[in-house]
Design a protein around this ligand. Sequence first.
Ligand SMILES: Cc1cc2nc3c(=O)[nH]c(=O)nc-3n(C[C@H](O)[C@H](O)[C@H](O)COP(=O)(O)OP(=O)(O)OC[C@H]3O[C@@H](n4cnc5c(N)ncnc54)[C@H](O)[C@@H]3O)c2cc1C
Ligand code: FES
Ligand code: FES
Length: 1359
Amino acid sequence: MEKTQNSAAGNECLVFYVNGERFEVAEIDPSTTLLEFLRSSTRFKSVKLGCGEGGCGACVVLLSKYDPILKQVEEFSVSSCLTLLCSIHGCSITTTEGLGNSRDGFHPIHERFAGFHASQCGFCTPGMCMSLFSALVNTEKTNRPQASPGFSKLTVSEAEKAITGNLCRCTGYRPIADACKSFAADVDLEDLGINSFWRKGDEKQVKVSRLPPYNPKDHACSFVLNDRSSRLLNSKRYSWFSPVTTEELRSLLESDVVENGKRTKLVVGSTGNGYYKETEKYDKYIDLRCIPELSVVRKDNLGIEFGAVLSISKVILYLKEFGDLVFTKIADHLEKIASGFIRNSASIGGNLVMAQRNYFPSDITLLLLAVGSTVSILTDCHKHDKITMEEFLNRPPLCTKDVLLSVHIPFLQPIRIDGSDQTNSRLLFETYRAAPRPLGNALPYLNAAFLADISCSKNGILVNTIQLAFGAYGTKHATRASKVEKYLTGKILNAGILNEAIELLKGDVVSDEGTSHAAYRSSIAVGFLFEFLNSFSGVVSAITGSLSEDLNSLSIDEAAESNNDSTGNQTGNQELLSSAKQVIKSSKDFYPVGKPMKKMAAAIQASGEAVYVDDIPSPPNCLHGAFIYSTESAARVKGISFSPKLPTGVSAVISAKDIPKGGENIGSTTIFASEPLFSADLSRCAGDRIAFVVAETQKCANLAAKIAVLDYDKEGLYPPILTVEEAVERSSFFEFPPYFCPEKVGDFSKGMTESDYKIFNAEIKLGSQHYFYMETQTALAIPDEDNCMVVYSSIQNPEYAHIVIARCLGIPEHNVRVITRRVGGGFGGKAMKAIPVATACALAAHKLRRPVRIYLDRNTDMVITGGRHPMKITYTLGFKSDGKITALHLDILIDAGITEDATILIPNNIIATLKKYNWGALSFDIKVCKTNLSSKSTLRGPGEVQGSFIAEAVIEHVASFLSVEVDAVRSKNLHTHDSLKLFYGNAAEESIEYTLPSIWDKVARSSNYVQRAVMIEEFNQRNVWRKRGISRVPIVHELTVRPAPGKVSILWDGSIVVEVGGIELGQGLYTKVKQVTAYALGLIQCDETENLVEKVRVVQADTLSVVQGGLTAASTTSESSCEAVRLCCNVLVERLNPLKKKLQEQMVSLNWETLIVQAHFQNINLAANSYFVPEFSSSRYLTYGAAVSEVEVNILTGQTTILRTDIVYDCGQSMNPAVDLGQIEGAFVQGLGFFMLEEYLTNYDGLVVTDSTWTYKIPTIDTIPKQFNVEVLNSGNHQKRILSSKASGEPPLLLAASVHCATRAAIKAARKQLKSWGAVEGTDSTFQLEVPATMPVVKRLCGLIAVETYLQSLLSHIP
Ligand SMILES: Cc1cc2nc3c(=O)[nH]c(=O)nc-3n(C[C@H](O)[C@H](O)[C@H](O)COP(=O)(O)OP(=O)(O)OC[C@H]3O[C@@H](n4cnc5c(N)ncnc54)[C@H](O)[C@@H]3O)c2cc1C
Ligand code: FES
Ligand code: FES
């Protein structure tokens, strides 16, 4: 049970607990966040910095505090990156380390995350665990019945929703959802996916007994202070006040300090800082949360008053408690604001002030405006005003001394005519929100809330009064559509009235100039109004005259039910992942290879013990760096200054001129080209590295970089090249050696001659994608004796970093050592792009003779690291009337950005995956354009995802042209083994290995493709505002096995240490290596080698210990590292064999340990190195897969919901099916982000503007397929493959094109319908669906004026 302690410290000291350890802080800069404190001043490093803006959940902790009003301890999750340290006085913080650890025992959350394979790179895992833990703790406090032993009171749905605000870039969320659901009281264990606890077919009781036991009583928070005294914390210059009465607050505001022009900030949850990242410090912070009046909840006859500092979460609880329909709907809508860990500390007052003062696109102002709320404010320290929301929003911005005290939400009653008790009028209230993520953590494109009082008359539904509020659409504040309200009041609804109202609305809801997607926003306003009015008026029946004359209030509800085929309830409960199935087959041929073992280190990743580069404690005197990058392209940089001034704490600003004598200005290299570390005097692109500022803290370095002002001069310079078209105009290309160019197939002209139809010069454009690894780029460089440098780097390519650092510093390579233990997500972004980060630290450390580290902030990372290659494709093709394609020619312009990087690989990669179909003849002309954009690099499936997509776009085009089923055209053009050989040569291997035809049929069967296609047809006939589409897509992916080194050493106790060149990025490379080591050493065949796997430890990559480590990329590093290790083990077995035989002759039984001890005594060399070099003839191979996806498109908003995806993927004989399954699901979801969600935008200077979690939306648990079925095919023996296995890291990403194609099918249905309503434009069945197919894109293609066209069509049928 929780205990509270009286304060032991004075009121000028901050006291709090972290995982039970007491901290007393006397002096602190009040702008210090909890995360900064935990990471820099404690040993609790599990709180990860993923974004610093409340958008990712990597930093979530549990906060426990005493509520003096409720007289109890409250516990909730918060984002430690926004929570200010000073605000946690008296509180207790629990991080995932506080739940358990490897030494004292893991918490069941840790064990279940590991056992359900829910952690890959592990960077998101501590935050995930804490979000779940918070949900478990709070559900335990409810008075629901106790769950059966091992489970909690959570429901399955709540368990999944516990992590809605947490981002994961690796797993695709399904296994995380399973780990969470395993705690739910109502979980059906059959529904949980593959795990390491039980086997398929085990009895329920067995399953329950194998789940790591959970006992809710194990958590008791006993470290909370009940300290209600006012508080003053002074640092040298800045102070923090926590007044406990309004009088104290007044006097603080009136005090001299304020008058003297000192900057003061009122603070509640401080989450506003996630959006308005303030760089300047305030002199005085006033925490409003200790003033009881500001936390009031007061109910009277007229409504409810909420104190301004109440958190959004609390307001939701109270609103739900009051149970009123309007309040419940408001609460449901509030649940879509941010995520739980933000709502728990974000106050309603803070939100309103941000909206009022800074025009934040608030949901709360909208809701309060719609229901006629009022607010109380304190102005000029003593004036107390009560004003309406409208007055509040329209008054001049609140000044820093004005305090918002409370909000009053009125009870709403239907109109009572003549004061009578009886009324036949009825209140209807609905709220809407169109946002890229349905369940929150995304600002809306537009939100709306409508309140109507209606009654039934014999002519239909009469609108007595109506309030229509719209917000977040690009105006300063939420507004009321007053003209429409006035027009509708007193009207009987019918199509004509609706039509007129909509026309008026278009004049009322107009975004400010410069707002993105303005036309889209206005069209969803129309859609929402239509949906609201149509839901109860039944426009269609009104038109046709079938509207019942005696419509009563009950039938209004019924009408609402039956008329609403459109969006479903925008704010109601939406199920997340409804089901998932995994089919895997393990092979025992090379046991324990093939076993779905849990990933090495998964549990310590969950418990926060896993050490990432930024978790390595700073050595003494360590400095921190930040890049100063340019914001303009093709401009001379004449100088750097800092405005207002260089912050104290900055040690140096390092640039190209600081490269030591004998060194080189080099930032990265490939075998073909190198690029500079710093731009010497010309900013080649926006995002170019200009300098590296080094300071005492990361915060100070970041601040200095942010306030750096570059002096540009463009005189005499050519304007930048920002598009591939401009590059062509100015002949700006990179040239690569011809042997890197892919080869054409067949005779294009002949193929064209054979065709019945031709399409000429059709165009496709593909944009970029950010890596969005959860751990941003990071490195730590430590100068060592004798001019040496040790660099810890989060990198996929330590060998190249090693070379570049040596060249940059002008020292021999043996003076450099690069160490990488694990990487918090790479996806190709830490191949080349991590090298300059490590090199800059090394250069600064070399110059300053002090350790230097960096952890890039999310915004800088997104601006400078490039991303996927954008490209423009123009194609010409010929095909037969049956859909068989006979010739395809492509002109491809690849945008490489400013440097070559690894772009040389892209043309080959594009063509390799595009060849998945038999095009008859294939020719192409590929140009690699040099533009003034940030240099693009290899993002998971580089070039391959585009190639595969281009192929699908061509197929779709042919099908539209011929008006035939796309699926039939796909099937028609799939390869035979002969054509496969023609297109892929040796890589096609034997016909038995060509598994695509069987996969193609298998996925159709397992997904019920044919039956569902018919059902979708019927669905689309029945539903006006929702359309569905289904699509089946194949992939053929060419892979190349590359050389790799390995080293295996056996220690005295028989434990084994393994080193490989491959890096553990979360893809399970070390786990597979461990399994192969155990298998290969087990071939010694002495006793008790079955558990050898437990004796193996794969240790960090160290470029001086294992050389020629190469690059971990292109999906095959796991298999080649495994092979390298197998070779080492073979050597060791060979060395041990004679001894073993000898000992076996002498002993009854010989176990591993005895053998090894004897081997040490006999001086047998127990360390072996290898360098695996694949045979040229078998180094390339193909892998195959197919996916069926079904989506539903909401025509009113453009939202696409992925209803179901079925994947069948050929992993060969999987080395670890659990790991491969994780790769398949994770890659698919990352691909889904590329195809559907992730908009990568630049400004007119080429500067990336989608540089944060606010603007860049990767998939979340609510945007993945609702049903997600994956079968990992065990395709038998592949003699030439390493242990018969095939890669899984990248190819499945390409399968996400199935979602895009299904969306296109749904849009086609919408356009067909639009045509049937008489529309002429925008109804063609051939159209380009952009990538990503975001809501605005989909809506535009479904018809921005679909509603108007529909109404016009109805009206035209009125006799
Ligand atoms: C990741 C994220 C996502 C979000 N998504 C949404 C969303 O979808 N929809 C939406 O509506 N909102 C959203 N928000 C905004 C969120 O609701 C606000 O950040 C929060 O409510 C602000 O409350 P706070 O207590 O943290 O305010 P603070 O950050 O402490 O303060 C914010 C500002 O208001 C001032 N202030 C605070 N309280 C008062 C008061 N009582 N009187 C006078 N001045 C005051 C402060 O001085 C400061 O200037 C999101 C926020 C985050 C971080
Ligand atoms: S780091 Fe705090 S939410 Fe992302
Ligand atoms: S495991 Fe979630 S981000 Fe890597």
